[in-house]
Structures are given as C-alpha cells and as structure tokens.
Design a protein. Structure first.
Length: 186
C-alpha cells in the first residue's frame, strides 16, 4: 500500500519548552520513536542557543544556531511545533525560532512548508492560545498552516504519554500533517 508518506517524509519538530524533561519534549521523543513507517521525525535542538532575531545579525555571517535551524527546516518536508503555553501565548523560544525561519521574507526555510502545532500544558485551556499564536505566526512567516490539526491537552489530571487515547490523538495529528498534500510553490 502506498501512502502520502512514501518513500520518506521528513518532519522537523520545534519544541517550545527548553526543559530537558518537559512533557512536550517527551511527546516529541515519543512521536519520533513511534513515527509511522516512512516518516522521519527530527527534533530540532539548539533553540535555546538562538540569539533573539535581529536583522543586524542576519547578514553575511548568520549565527551558527540560526544557520543550523534554517538548514534543518529547509531539509524537512513538514514542520510540527510541540509546545506548552506560557502566560497565555507561545514561549519566546518558539516565537524566536519562527522569526529566524521567516527570513529572508518570502524565502525563509518555513515558506511553503505544511505546519501544525500540538502540545500539553498544565493550564485550564491546554495551550489553546499558544497554539493559535504559533499557527498565526507561522502562517505570516509563509508556512502552510493546517488549522484542522489541533491537540491541546492539559496535563493536570491526564498522563499524556500513558493515556492511549490522548497519545493516539497526537499520533493522528502527526499522520494528518504527513498526509497533507504538498503545495507546489512554482
């Protein structure tokens, strides 16, 4: 059986939490380890080393962490953000990564890439606002935002990784991102 993921679909994952043992990093690792056949999930590390976006730095000598981020996302077929919510919005590290990926304007590494966002956070809204903000920002940056893919889960009383129903929804979100047809930019 041939799927949209054949022969291999590369998904770059941007984790919005820098904490080593964050539930969102563990979601990313579990999705990587249990990715569907023909799907390679690459967690992009080093977001904490990115300087805040500054056009003065984005010239002939782009900082290495920014160049590495751009190269990793440029080499991917799709982008998945997995993020908590901080103070009612996406974490600054995720916003900063999207800023770096948006440049040069109209030609950034995220331009034309199918993009989705999922995640967990211990707030009553499960990250809804962070996910909306990430989708909006990525769309302005040129990504093809998949609005129908949303898994916002509160971790207050649910073991996200241990609950087969919740983790199944996260895997379905990855599958939907992978199965989304690519749009020819030409």
């Amino acid at each position: 059986m041939t799927t949209a993921a054949s022969p291999r679909t590369r998904v770059a994952v941007l984790v919005g939490s820098l904490r080593t043992d964050s539930v969102n990093r563990r979601i990313a690792e579990s999705l990587r380890d249990q990715a569907p056949e023909g799907v390679e999930v690459q967690i992009i590390d080093g977001l904490g080393a990115l300087p805040f976006y500054n056009e003065d730095l984005d010239g002939a000598h782009v900082p290495a962490p920014a160049a590495d981020l751009r190269a990793a996302v440029a080499g991917a077929d799709r982008v998945l953000a997995i993020t908590p919510e901080y103070n009612g919005t996406m974490p600054a590290v995720l916003n900063n990564a999207i800023d770096w990926l948006s440049r040069p304007y109209g030609q950034g590494a995220i331009t034309g890439k199918p993009f989705a966002v999922v995640g967990a956070t211990p707030t009553p809204y499960g990250g809804k606002w962070a996910h909306e903000d990430a989708r909006r920002s990525a769309g302005v940056a040129g990504a093809v935002v998949l609005d129908g893919i949303a898994v916002s889960q509160t971790t207050i009383d649910t073991d996200v990784l241990g609950d087969p129903q919740v983790f199944g929804r996260l895997r379905e979100a990855l599958r939907a991102l992978v199965d989304h047809p690519l749009v020819d930019a030409a």
